[in-house]
Design a protein around this ligand. Structure first.
Ligand code: 13P
Length: 192
């Protein structure tokens, strides 16, 4: 079994990857991992996700209440959105939220990723819908994404960003890469 410390290190590593690939600016984005039915590790709010160390990572229960946090760290302001994914998708063990440039541009323009432009995107993601705008940190976002959760593994958040989830942290992160790649290809092919 992978230790909790090891999972915290993996979260920091994925934080570096989303930051280094320009999928987030400044302190944006958040990541969580389910470690048991009532224990979840998550990134803290208001820090750069590219420069975290394991002691930054917080632990919450299924309602998002803090179980453990070091110093002044508090769980992500979007923890309710993560918890709604786990509630509605028992197969999911990790959630990634980021603001990748192309995917977020589609989310701002109100254009869902529904064109079957290449086999890999169809296989990895299928269609990626856009959940209606919700105010960050409120229940509006979880309420808006809820209806898409049973049918999709990636959702754009209107005028905000993207949300991906899967059975492992690496797979959830890879879905975020695929969403952004798919959005970039769609944008460039439309220009041509
Ligand atoms: P947190 O730092 O609170 O996770 O928020 C970042 C973000 O991207 C909100 O959408």
């Amino acid at each position: 079994m992978v230790s909790e410390f090891e999972i915290k290190k993996q979260i920091c590593d994925i934080g570096k990857r989303i930051y280094n690939r320009n999928m987030v600016a400044a302190n944006d984005g958040n990541i969580s991992v389910k470690i048991s039915d009532n224990e979840f590790l998550c990134t803290p709010t208001g820090v750069s996700k590219g420069f975290m160390t394991p002691e930054y990572i917080c632990k919450v229960d299924a309602k998002g209440n803090v179980l453990q946090a070091n110093g002044d760290f508090k769980p992500s302001s979007e923890i309710k959105m993560h918890m709604r994914v786990y509630e509605k998708r028992p197969d999911v063990n990790a959630v990634v939220h980021a603001h990748p440039t192309y995917a977020t541009s589609f989310a701002i323009a109100g254009i869902p990723l529904t064109q079957p432009i290449m086999p890999e995107a169809v296989i990895a993601l299928g269609c990626v819908p856009i959940a209606e705008y919700g105010t960050p940190s409120t229940n509006e976002i979880p309420d808006a994404v809820e209806k898409y959760l049973p049918y999709y593994d990636a959702v754009l958040l209107e005028s905000h960003g993207a949300l991906t989830y899967s059975d492992s942290l690496l797979a959830a992160y890879h879905k975020m890469e695929s969403v952004e790649f798919y959005a970039e290809l769609l944008f460039k092919s439309r220009l041509l």
